[in-house]
Unconditional design. Sequence first.
Length: 133
Amino acid sequence: FKDSIASLSQVTRLEGNHLMAYHNLGLCYFRLKEYSHAEKMFHQVIKLDPGYGLCYFNLGLLYYNWSRYSDALLQYSNAMKAGFNKPILKYNMGLLYKAMGNKLQAKQMFEGLLREENRDFSTSEINMLLDQL
């Protein structure tokens, strides 16, 4: 990831406000667990394009991993508002609500996933999470 960071940083220096370069920098820093750098990159993306739902999702995931649950919830909500309504978002929101101790909301998210036709998670995996509530 260090080589990618160097290359992407070069792109931002040469081209300025390059949305995908900043987003990918955020992902690289996130993978390296350099959360404060990742956060800055994701905020730069949102500044450039406030409607980029995937970035809100990734920022929410960052905050979840950083144990900043209320910030994660806000960013997941922003992702939904920006039109990023993929099953992975509902799954992660379920995990977030579970981590926050909000079993009712977690149950609603996981049960909603069971009704999704195109999901990336098996019924048994979701049922296992429901049984843990």
